[in-house]
Every structure is written in structure tokens, then in C-alpha cells.
Write a protein that binds this ligand. Structure first.
Ligand code: ATP
Ligand code: MG
Length: 223
């Protein structure tokens, strides 16, 4: 963890020193350095925010504000949030609700999980890809099932056992460039477990990735 925090600080300081050493006199170079510093300080702020959230989750201090919502509502809001981003990256973003159900979730936290998974799909799927999100109800288990699939880069088999580890990124340099901290999936797993649910990932390198989330659910609110 200390290494992860030290890196952005080292990057920031090295660019700052270069600016102070004279780079500030060359306008284009200075601008380029400031942009790197802007990106790195953003990343550091996110890293600290993520770490604080993880420690709250670890200690059980992250209180869940649970309310009853339908899976259809969550999927529809997700579609609205990502419509424009998907459009701009020429990606088809398809959602469907096979069978609606009622779940009790902290909406902000649960949306944070869905957003992280869809953002991952967008990050690791080249343009013209397809991302699908579906919600269903499993009658035999009494669970809501969210399935999110992309046809992007996929995750190599040897990386799969570590995918929920903190700071784990398959391609550190690339994820870093995209602003990633490698904490998204570990936070997602903690949040889903805190809701009494499960999250799992399957993936084939070069073909794509599927994330499944299951949560206790009811088919009617009054049940
Ligand atoms: P952050 O979520 O903090 O922005 P991140 O996206 O790099 O950073 P995670 O969401 O925890 O971190 O994902 C961990 C790693 O798993 C990613 O860096 C990436 O290598 C791999 N990964 C996750 N989702 C996908 C996906 N849909 N396709 C390909 N690789 C993925
Ligand atoms: Mg992520």
C-alpha cells in the first residue's frame, strides 16, 4: 500500500522539480508537465478515497442505508448513466430485464459497484464493442442475478485468481494511464458481501469478460 501511495507523490515531485528547475519557461513543456501533475493528483485523491472506504468496509463502519428497489430501476438508471459514454466510445450498451425483482440495497453503494464494472468493460473493450447488462430472478434460489458481459480484451487465466486482490491490475501501466487504482473490484466484492450477496468473474483472454452478481431478492415488495 505504501508503495502505491508513494508512486504518485514521486511522480508529482519529479515534475514539480523539473518545472522549478526551468521547465516553467518553456510554455508547451510546462503545460505538458502540469497536465501530468493534474492527472496524478486526481489519481492520488481517488486512491485515498478508495483506501478510506476500504478501511471503513473492513472495520464494519461503512453503514449501509438500505432501501427496497427493483432490479429494473437499477438497470434502467445504469443505462441512462452510461448512454453517452458508450456512445462516445462507439460501444453498444444493451440492457434487459428478464424478470424483475425487489432487492434491499444501499443504492449509492450498489450503483458504485455497477458503475465500476461497466467502467471496466468500457476501459478494456476497444471501440465498436458490445457491453450487455441483464437482470433476472432465480426462482429456485430466490436471488436477483445481474450479468454484465463485454467482448473486450478479457483477462488471462493466470491473472484470474488475483482479480479481486487490492491494487491488482493485469496491465499496471495501462490501468494507471486510464486512472485506475486497482481497488475497484476489491471494493465491489466487499460491498456485495456486506449485502449478503456474491460476485464472480469469468473471462477468456481476447474474447471478453462476464461478471455475475447475485443477491437475496423477492418477486413482490409485499412478500
Ligand atoms: P479502478 O477500478 O480503481 O479505476 P481498475 O479498473 O484498474 O482501477 P479494478 O476495477 O479492480 O481496477 O480491476 C482490476 C483489474 O482487472 C483491471 O486493472 C484489469 O486489468 C482487469 N479487468 C477488470 N475488468 C475487466 C474487463 N471487463 N476486461 C478486461 N480486464 C478487466
Ligand atoms: Mg475498475
Amino acid at each position: 500500500m505504501s508503495h502505491e501511495l508513494r508512486t504518485p507523490i514521486t511522480v508529482l515531485r519529479s515534475y514539480l522539480e523539473a518545472l522549478l528547475d526551468g521547465a516553467y519557461e518553456e510554455k508547451n513543456l510546462a503545460l505538458q508537465f502540469l497536465q501530468v501533475m493534474d492527472r496524478e493528483s486526481d489519481r492520488m485523491a481517488r486512491l485515498i478515497q478508495d483506501l478510506l472506504q476500504l478501511s471503513r468496509l473492513d472495520s464494519g463502519y461503512e453503514a449501509l442505508n438500505k432501501e427496497t428497489v427493483t432490479t429494473a430501476e437499477l438497470v434502467n438508471r445504469l443505462a441512462e448513466r452510461f448512454a453517452l459514454l458508450a456512445f462516445h466510445s462507439n460501444t453498444q450498451f444493451l440492457t434487459e430485464v428478464l424478470e424483475n425483482s425487489w432487492i434491499e440495497v444501499d443504492k449509492d453503494r450498489f450503483n458504485q459497484v455497477l458503475d465500476n464494472i461497466v467502467s471496466n468493460s468500457l476501459k478494456y473493450t476497444p471501440k465498436h464493442g458490445i457491453i450487455k447488462v441483464s437482470a433476472d430472478y432465480d426462482r429456485s434460489k430466490g436471488t436477483a442475478v445481474f450479468v454484465m458481459t463485454d467482448n473486450g480484451s478479457g483477462i488471462p487465466e493466470q491473472d484470474m485468481p488475483h482479480i479481486f486482490d487490492r491494487f491488482y491490475r493485469v496491465d499496471k501501466a495501462r490501468s494507471r494511464q486510464l486512472g485506475g487504482t486497482g481497488l475497484g473490484l476489491s471494493i465491489a466484492q466487499e460491498i456485495i458481501r456486506a449485502h449478503g450477496g456474491d460476485i464472480d468473474i469469468s473471462s477468456i483472454a481476447g474474447k471478453g469478460t462476464t461478471v455475475r452478481i447475485t443477491l437475496p431478492a423477492k418477486v413482490r415488495e409485499d412478500q
